[in-house]
Ligand binder design. Structure first.
Ligand code: ATP
Ligand code: MG
Length: 440
């Protein structure tokens, strides 16, 4: 991508409305734009990051055995009347009427709809276990939308729904998601702590929220410090091995961690003083096992091996991609801007032409740009005629992991400078060495 032809509406001033650093940086870098209260457009730079976040989520969902589909955002009120949640949901639900005056709603979640799909298509235990997921927009008319896409009214959610014949089966499904979530967040450079959580309006009895510790987080959380030492499940984790997954679950739930709703002061105070942490956090995921709550109300049953009908056991599992992007920024930035972990960076590298129009600089930059692009890297080439200082500031602000700086004097010697955005480390090397290092 050539910056001269890209759409990157960077703001010079810090936006006044932004209270937290991630919101400020997302507006300044032109990643998002507010369209109305709590409703955002994702501009090209933001969209790139969001796509990378979604790709990681997808890969880990698929790895765990979940299967992707796509359900509509608009739902018929009838389904929600069946489950009993149409009246219970309250003002967070956006209710609409179509031209025939039929009540509809913009889905805040999809338990009812997926249960409807299940009950009309799955008849036998032989089709189980089944876990269906999608990455789809949701709408919740939040009482206090704030912090940009951290708490918006329209937001993206990955929501998965598991169906099992028995409670034991459902617990295995729960543990699959538990391990997949640890892997997912870790791949984005985040250590999310699973904490015992309240099940809220979803209902049920087993639930964990995945929390990123951050001073700007909206949740008040309490946990043991040991979490920093726990191993993330390996890439070759066997998701069919119920005992292996149970061991991961047991390890990660072996020490105290709870959100304020589930907090047990006495249990927390029993932890030695230096080993406990009372902090704030951002909820990036939430998993629930709720048994037969929806399947019972909506008649989702299968024929079991005994020839009889069984109500299925269900769980649901959410991740907020549009909240994860600001959460990553909260965890990784400095005074100059964002520092993207390589896995979600909008570009892998940024080539900075210090003197566009200079034959040597142009040639060196084009050579590097072509070689990296050919190797499948996402490269942004700053070919504008902005001042050098401004180019450096932009590169630091948008936080691409590696900067390749080509100035007239260095290219005359066949060299460029590589700068690591995170460490600030600079290294001069030949153009060829720079290409090899990045293609590596
Ligand atoms: P919160 O407690 O933050 O209001 P929730 O418990 O209502 O969230 P869930 O129903 O568990 O949220 O939704 C699953 C995930 O969707 C959350 O873990 C979060 O990552 C994301 N999410 C929920 N509400 C919002 C929102 N208003 N804006 C952005 N992401 C959201
Ligand atoms: Mg929640």
């Amino acid at each position: 991508m050539r910056l001269s032809r890209y759409y990157l509406p960077i703001l010079k001033e810090n936006p006044k409305e932004a209270e937290i650093v991630s919101h400020r940086l997302m507006l300044r870098t032109g990643m998002i734009r507010q369209q109305s209260q709590g409703i955002y457009s994702w501009l090209p730079l933001g969209k790139r990051v969001l796509d990378k976040v979604n790709r990681i989520i997808r890969e880990e969902q698929d790895r765990s055995g979940a299967i992707e589909l796509l359900m509509p955002t608009l739902q018929s009120a009838e389904l929600w009347q069946e489950s009993g949640r149409y009246d219970a949901y309250g003002k967070e639900m956006l209710r609409i009427k179509d031209r025939q005056e039929r009540p509809m709603l913009y889905g805040p979640t999809n338990e009812e709809m997926v249960t409807d799909i299940f009950r009309s298509t799955v008849k036998s235990y032989k089709s189980l276990p089944l876990n269906l997921y999608h990455i789809q927009l949701k709408f919740r008319d939040e009482i206090r939308p704030r912090f940009g896409t951290m708490r918006s009214r329209e937001f993206l959610m990955k929501d998965a729904y598991s169906f099992d014949l028995t409670r034991e089966g459902a617990e295995h499904s729960y543990n699959k998601m538990f391990a997949a979530y640890l892997r997912t967040f870790s791949r984005m450079g985040l250590r999310a702590i699973p904490m015992r959580a309240d099940t809220g309006p979803i209902g049920g009895n087993l639930s964990h929220e995945f929390i990123i510790l951050a001073d700007t987080g909206e949740s008040e959380v309490f946990c043991h410090k040991d979490f920093v030492n726990f191993d993330i499940p390996a890439v070759d984790t066997n998701f069919d091995d119920a005992d292996g997954l149970k061991a991961i679950f047991d390890k990660w739930t072996s020490v105290y961690a709870a959100t304020s709703e589930m907090h047990d002061e006495a249990a927390f105070n029993a932890i030695p003083e230096g080993e406990r942490l009372s902090a704030r956090g951002i909820e990036v995921g939430h998993i629930f096992y709720f048994g037969t709550k929806y399947s019972e109300a909506m008649g989702a049953k299968v024929q079991g091996p005994d020839g009889k009908e069984h109500i299925v056991h269900m769980g649901s599992y959410g991740i907020g991609p549009t909240r994860l992007v600001p959460a990553i920024i909260e965890a990784s930035h400095d005074d100059n801007g964002i520092i993207w972990p390589a896995s979600v960076a909008p570009f892998d590298a940024m080539v900075i032409n210090m003197k566009a129009g200079d034959e040597g600089c142009d040639k060196a930059c084009e050579t590097i740009y072509a070689a990296l692009t050919k190797a499948g890297k996402d490269v942004l080439l700053d070919d504008t005629d902005d001042r050098a200082g401004q180019k450096f500031a932009t590169a630091d602000l948008i936080g691409v992991p590696t900067q390749i700086i080509a100035g007239p004097r260095s290219v005359a010697a066949g060299e460029v400078e590589l700068k690591d955005r995170k460490t600030g480390h600079r290294e001069v090397m030949t153009i060829e060495a720079a290409i090899n290092k990045l293609v590596g």
